[in-house]
Each structure stands twice: as C-alpha cells, then as structure tokens.
Design a protein around this ligand. Structure first.
Ligand code: PBG
Length: 341
C-alpha cells in the first residue's frame, strides 16, 4: 500500500479536525497539571478504623492487607496520625467477638461499649479530628443482621427505636457524625428528632442513603468478626444492585428527613449512581470505597499484577471526578502520606 507522507496528511487532518489538536495540552507534565479538572487531597478522605478490646498492638485483618484492628490506645494513635496527615474524619467500627453478641445486639446500647470508649478517648486526646460512628446492629447481633430479627424477619420500626438509642449514646460519647448504615425506613427522621430532643442538635447525620446488598462488604465482615455469623443475606433492607432510580428516591427521602450529607455504597461499581445524586441534590455526597474494593487492589498489588499506589490514586480520583465531596477509604492514610511528602 502506498504510504502517504505526513506533509500530505497534515492539511487533510487539519481540514477534518478544524485544526483542533487535543494532544497539544498533554505534551508536558506542567501543562497536564495546569488543566487538571479534579484532584484528590487529604481533606477529601474519611479513614475507617477498626477497634478491638484489649491492650495489644495492631492486629492485622487477614483479608485486608495493610489494615489493622486497633486497641482503644492504638485508635487514639491512629487519630493523631490522621490529624497530622490532615485527614478530617475517622470512622470507627468495632470488632466484637461472639461473647459480646446477642440476639438483639444489646451491646450497641451500652454507653461503655468499644465504640463509645474509643470515641471518648479520641475526643479527649485529639479534639481537632471529626469522628463518624456507624449506626446499625450488625457488629453486635448473634445473627449478623443490622436490625432486630423477629420470626426470621428484620423488623423495621422496632429496629428504628433501637437505632435512635444507639445514635444517642454515640453522640453523647462525643461522636460528631452519625452514619446510619442500616437502611431501615424512617430512621433519619427519628434519629434527628432524638438527637434534637437530647440537645444534641449540632451532631451531624451522614446517611448511607443508597446502600446496596453487595459482595464487596465481605472483607469488612471479616474485619469486624461478622463473616461466619451472618445468617442469610441483607436483601430485604439493602438495595438491589439492578436499580439506580430507586437510589434517588432513597436519597430524596433521607434528605427530606434531615440528613446533612448522603452517601453511596459501594463506590466504584456505583459511580453512575453517585453522579446522578450529585446532579440531583444540592448537598454533599460521599462514596464508600468498600473493603472488597480495597482488597481487590491489594491482592493484585501483592501479586505484582498492578501498582498499588497508581491504582489507589486513579480509583480515588475517579470518585472525585464522578462528583464525590469525599470518600471513605481504607487507603486514606496511605494516600495522605503521599501528599504530605
Ligand atoms: C454495617 C456496615 C457494613 C459496612 C459498613 N457498615 C457491612 C454490611 O452492611 O454488611 C461495609 C464496609 C466495607 O465493606 O468496607 N451495616
């Protein structure tokens, strides 16, 4: 075949493109940096931290390389590290062994439970950092569900009452942001009014507005000791991943009920849902990069199949590009460390 000389082609390409050459701006590192639309920063991150009883050092979570369960003292050190890295919020999750769990998750209402103790200790030592606490019963129930089980069903309204109590004791311990992750109907309104009546009107609510029944929570359940525990699945309360419009209804409802911020979870497979929410609602929208998303990257990186830091930055930037105000991510300290160098 006759190969055309570039000098012949240039006028033809210029005619076809109208002279528009998109590669011009991509030539240099400085020009690429100059035109960047989105960037991820430490202030975009919420770091989920697992807390356990006892005094020992950090205990590795097997299925989440680089993630640990900390003692209360260790959690305070983690909070100090987060503060120094300019991570604005840490999210606390308790690891409870089976001895601590019962049918109704009563430990969730113990004002001296692990999460409340960790919250008080962190607030005393590191008052500059925000603390988010999950509201849901699954770390406390013997069946691993987020609510009360009656005749094999997770009952809604009786669960909401317990969740209000759980939110109250967490807020009283010093939690700044209540994160209802349970997906019961009506819980945002009830929690908001319970907080207000208890003169805790400053406590914020970040609702897990669209939380899908997902396989990507598997390694989290390992981290909090729920994996062997869960009976059945959570599909009667968490959303069906086939649905997008339903997420908008859930979010509109939570906003009407008083949520200050909303969240989509998991993150990466649901960026379409996140973007729709950002476009629809004028309120901060967050995404949760779940344990399974974290473990996938770490597992591939451990095998040398992809570069951990490159994958982490690309994925977290994608969340920002999709419109997230911030991201809950187990990578938070690793990313923030890169930025602080
Ligand atoms: C509890 C809760 C879960 C996660 C956060 N809060 C698990 C679940 O609903 O089973 C998952 C977090 C993650 O996978 O990183 N309701």
């Amino acid at each position: 075949m006759h190969r055309r000389d570039p000098s012949e082609l240039t006028p033809a390409i210029d005619a076809a493109t109208g002279g528009r050459r998109y590669r011009r701006l991509r030539q240099h590192d400085w020009s690429r940096r100059l035109i960047r639309e989105t960037q991820i920063a430490s202030s975009d991150l919420i770091w989920p931290v697992f807390v356990r009883d006892g005094d020992g050092g950090p205990e590795p979570v097997e299925s989440m390389p680089g993630v640990f369960r900390y003692s209360v003292k260790g959690a305070v050190e983690a909070a100090l590290r987060a503060r120094d890295l300019e991570i604005p919020v840490i999210a606390l999750f308790p690891f409870n062994d089976t001895a601590c769990r019962d049918e109704d998750g009563s430990e969730a209402l113990n004002p001296d439970n692990l999460v409340c103790r960790a919250t008080r200790a962190i607030k005393a030592a590191v008052p500059e950092i925000g603390i988010l606490c999950d509201v849901a019963l699954d770390p406390y129930t013997s069946h691993g569900h987020d609510g009360l089980l009656r005749n094999g069903r997770v009952v809604n309204d009786a669960t909401v009452e317990v969740l209000c109590q759980q939110a109250l004791i967490q807020a009283q311990a010093g939690c700044d942001i209540i994160g209802p992750s349970d997906m019961m109907d009506g819980r945002i309104a009830m929690i908001r009014s319970a907080l207000d009546e208890a003169h805790l009107g400053d406590t914020m609510i970040m609702s897990y507005a669209a939380k899908y029944a997902s396989v990507f929570y598997a390694t989290f359940r390992d981290a909090v000791g729920s994996s062997g525990v869960l009976k059945g699945d959570k599909r009667t309360y968490q959303m069906d991943y086939c649905n997008g419009a339903e997420a908008l209804r859930e979010a509109a409802q939570d906003i009407a009920e008083g949520a200050d911020m909303i969240m989509v979870k998991p993150g990466l497979p649901y960026l379409d849902v996140l973007t729709r929410m950002v476009q629809e609602f004028n309120l901060p929208c967050f995404a949760y990069q779940t344990s399974g998303e974290y473990s996938m990257i770490m597992a591939a990186a451990e095998r040398g199949w992809l570069d951990r830091d490159a994958a982490m930055l690309e994925v977290l930037t994608a969340y920002k590009r999709a419109g997230a105000s911030g991201i809950l991510s187990y990578f938070a300290p690793m990313v923030a460390e890169r930025f602080s160098k």
